[in-house]
Design a protein around this ligand. Structure first.
Ligand code: ASP
Ligand code: MG
Length: 437
């Protein structure tokens, strides 16, 4: 059972966590926690401030203090940790440097502290409980700071440590250690990954990701008030959705679960009775439906046009090699005999790559576009979905710049003008989900 930052963000939430966990005692839950909500960002900010010459842990202390007070825990229980943190920041201030390794050590304080708060509360409430730092129970990783991967032997070691515990273990998400004993992290949002690794190691019946929304929704509820819960998605659908902005889960995090056929359930700590979303290996139905609509704004399209492309081999590899060398992440691709169109996110720096491609092709970059993406395994068999979708967009007078049907057949994506994005998502949500057909 993994509880995210907001789920352990306040004393009230931690009490809810306690109730949720104890309601499942018979299943011998293993609990994984993120840092208290907001603390990871505060730690990173404190690191930046230290670089600029100022050491200040007051905002971090304040977050923890409100939990300590709200749960009537010993006021001094974190003193040694806060002191160690202050010393670390003092060191950063002096050497004016923060390496990826130091950054991981710095952010690890968030989870190393939150697990203690939660375990202490469980014990106060009369439930036998112990906190563990994941690296003390076998979470051994490679050396890639800030996005470490567990080594294969981690699974065996973890299973060994958790085999016969007769209490509720509360374990740090996010962190591990490399073989040299240096603290690593699995990347932002990495606690989900920890949960999947631990669940995979002990061959759990189920992995529960407790967060602050009712699982995966048909689209972003901030845009469409009628967005509703999707009860079941396949691993593939979840991965496609995660990729295009539905920030419920990172696709890589569920791999350890997928490989071992362990279902993942996403649930809401503040609304525990809601069934949430079940992520399973295969989607149970083949009904010709779209499961959800995701979208991403601030997208650019690079149109590359050249007659040289006609009847030559190696052209595409030449183009993509250039983007690879300039480390540009390409999302969507569409080609014709004489042109290639690719989309890139707003964060990407494309100028040098574009310059290089311009030496042998005509290149046109369009900005402020949006990708809208429909996801659902049912689309593989479904006939007429594309017709319905593009018909509706035509009726709304929304021009389409580019279309791509993923190789997986479970995703239909298209690019439109950024200003049309909200309107497109709303109208498609309406015809696909809000009206009975
Ligand atoms: N606390 C870490 C973060 O904010 C890990 C997590 O929450 O999953 O990225
Ligand atoms: Mg988080």
């Amino acid at each position: 059972m993994k509880f995210g930052g907001t789920s352990v963000g306040t004393a009230e939430r931690i009490q809810q966590v306690f109730e949720i966990v104890t309601s499942q005692t018979d299943a011998h839950p293993i609990v994984v926690v993120s840092a208290v909500g907001g603390v990871t960002d505060l730690l990173l900010e404190a690191g930046q401030k230290a670089l600029a010459g100022e050491v200040d842990i007051a905002p971090i202390k304040a977050k923890h203090q409100q939990v300590i007070e709200g749960l009537s825990l010993p006021a001094d229980m974190l003193d040694t940790y806060h002191e160690e943190l202050e010393n670390l920041l003092e060191g950063i201030r002096m050497i004016k440097e923060i390496s990826p390794r130091t950054s991981d050590y710095l952010v690890s304080f968030g989870e190393r502290i939150s697990c203690q708060l939660v375990a202490a509360h469980f014990r106060n409430m009369g439930r036998p409980s112990q906190h563990h730092f994941a690296f003390d129970i076998g979470m051994i990783t490679d050396d890639v700071f800030q996005s470490a991967l567990p080594l294969p032997e981690a699974y065996v070691r973890i299973a060994d440590h958790l085999k016969e515990v007769n209490y509720t273990p509360i374990i740090t998400g996010f962190v591990g250690k490399n073989k040299k004993g240096e603290i690593t992290t699995l990347g932002r949002g990495g606690s989900d990954y920890t949960a999947a690794i631990l669940g995979g190691a002990v061959q759990a019946e189920e992995i529960q990701i407790w967060t602050d929304v009712d699982g995966i929704l048909t689209t972003d509820p901030r845009l469409v008030a009628a967005a509703s819960n999707v009860p079941v998605v396949s691993f593939k659908e979840a991965a496609e959705l995660a990729y295009f902005g539905a920030k419920v889960l990172h696709p890589k995090t569920i791999r350890p679960a997928l490989e071992r056929d362990i279902p993942v359930v996403v649930k809401n700590t503040g609304n525990a009775d809601h069934p949430g979303t079940r992520i399973v290996r295969e989607s149970p139905t083949t009904d010709a439906t779209v499961k959800a609509i995701s979208f991403k704004k601030g997208v650019r399209v690079i149109n590359i046009y050249s007659l040289r492309m006609l009847d030559t081999f190696g052209y595409l590899s030449k183009v993509f090699d250039i983007f690879a060398r300039h480390k540009v992440v390409v999302d969507m691709v569409s080609t014709s005999e004489v042109s290639v169109s690719i989309t890139v996110d707003k964060g990407q720096v494309i100028e040098e790559a574009v310059e290089e491609v311009s030496q042998f092709a005509e290149v046109r970059v369009e900005k402020d576009l949006a990708i809208v993406c429909l996801v659902g395994e049912g689309m593989r068999e479904g006939v007429g979905i594309a017709g319905k979708v593009f018909d509706q967009l035509a009726r709304e007078n929304i021009a389409i710049e580019m279309i791509s049907q993923g190789a997986s057949d479970i995703n239909l994506g298209f690019v439109i003008n950024g200003q049309d994005a909200d309107r497109a998502v709303k109208t498609l949500h309406q015809v696909l989900f809000e009206t009975a057909s």
